[in-house]
Ligand binder design. Structure first.
Ligand SMILES: *Cc1c(COP(=O)(O)O)cnc(C)c1O
Length: 385
């Protein structure tokens, strides 16, 4: 096995044209926010059906600015999911508001919308759903809830670039929709993010917030009327995004093909190993809405003699990298100190303890998927109770 190459859980795809374009920006004399950023924002706005779009230094800054644009701060509550990258709830705390965690649906692993209404108080201002692995929540139900209770929606669509709902792209519909272009995401600018707005007033406010609150008039006019930060995206990143956007359809086709192959291969391996009674939970088989940002299984830990770490270690020994997305946020020390408990959201607790991300990225091929499935099922068989 020593000569089989190691498969990481993900790897970005940057082609030579992208690398050349970065060189051109570096040689141009203008490297920070400028013409390439404007071009990228215009291309994104086209992609999202003409809605205003602005870019930011990363997905975390994008979500923080979304909260600021929605006027959310001290004393406000925001309903969200405990199964996300901790950025989601960190930004809520960062603006002085309180995250209220609602349990997840065990099948979609997303916020369980049927449990949201019970968590709404007179302080609730917004719902912040996360589209884990790129699978959106039921958008009709989400916006019915928001409308009924007069709440803003800040979609943490960090993982959902290219996903859709009933044929419409995520981002082309909805309230404030936030994406990340971090290195692991389906479309990457190395680091970066973008926010889709309802109108130009919101976009103009976000432009100020991303650069110290500054506005300029004429040749020498400058004013500051809000407190902004330093969250702008550079032209170096933007030009990478322009090239990634062109390649997105081919990336998407490859991810979908590999996800299909995962289902077929896993089922075949489970059957030939005689492990049908093992409750390995596969992701929802949704080939119309998901961008297949990740392929995640939930391990049947109560049917195994080993824990998740041991499964990860043995896969690594066979040259297969895995990812952990994510343990429940409510179990982190910082959050426990604030009074949150993982036991408040038992489904999230179980999934967060048992979920495992298998490799999926455009540079992977079908024989890699077969090797991964064979290895995983062999490990499960070895340790089944
Ligand atoms: C990546 C990610 C973010 C944050 O994006 P950064 O660009 O890394 O700041 C937020 N939420 C989720 C669900 C993510 O996957």
């Amino acid at each position: 096995m020593a000569d089989t190459p190691f498969i990481p859980f993900t790897r970005p795809s940057f082609d030579e044209a992208t690398i050349d374009a970065v060189g051109e920006v570096l040689r141009s004399g203008w490297v920070t926010s400028g013409p390439k950023l404007a071009e990228f924002e215009a291309a994104l706005s086209d992609y999202f059906g003409g809605r205003p779009v602005r870019c930011f230094a990363n997905g975390t800054a994008t979500m923080k600015i979304a909260l600021q644009v929605a006027g959310i701060g001290e004393g406000d509550e925001v309903i969200t999911t405990p199964i996300s990258w901790v950025a989601t709830s960190n930004v809520i705390l960062g603006v002085g508001a309180k995250p209220v965690f609602v349990d997840i649906d065990p099948v979609t692993r997303n916020l369980d919308l049927s449990k949201v209404a019970a968590a709404i108080s007179h302080k609730t201002r917004a719902i912040m759903p996360v589209y884990l692995a790129g699978l959106p929540v039921d958008m009709d139900k989400l916006y019915d809830l928001a409308q009924q209770h007069q709440l803003r929606v800040i979609e943490d669509a960090a993982q959902a670039f290219g996903s859709s709902w009933k044929g419409q792209k995520i981002g082309s519909i909805g309230d404030l929709v936030s994406f990340s272009f971090q290195a692991n995401k389906n479309l990457s600018t190395v680091e970066g993010g973008c926010l889709v707005f309802n109108n130009l007033d919101e976009a103009k406010l976000a432009e100020k917030l991303r650069l110290q609150g500054v506005t300029r008039q004429g040749m020498d006019g400058m004013d500051v009327d809000v407190l902004g930060g330093k969250d702008n995206l550079t032209d170096v990143n933007a030009v990478i995004g322009l090239h990634q956007l062109k390649q997105l359809p081919q990336f998407q086709a490859k991810r979908t093909e590999l996800a299909r192959h995962y289902f077929a291969s896993l089922r075949q391996e489970i059957q030939s190993a005689g492990l049908e009674s093992l409750h390995l939970e596969l992701p929802p088989e949704n080939f119309t809405d998901s961008n297949w940002h990740m392929f995640q299984v939930v391990l049947p830990l109560n049917q195994l003699q080993v824990d998740r770490a041991q499964v990860m270690t043995e896969l690594k020994g066979l040259g297969i990298g895995t990812g952990l997305h994510y343990p429940a946020i409510t179990g982190f020390s910082l959050y426990k100190k604030m009074g949150y408990q993982v036991s408040d959201t038992p489904i999230a607790e179980r999934i967060g303890r048992s979920i495992l991300t298998l490799p999926l990225f455009p540079g992977l091929n079908q024989s890699d998927v077969e090797r991964i499935c064979k290895s995983l099922v062999a490990i499960l068989k070895k340790h089944a109770k």
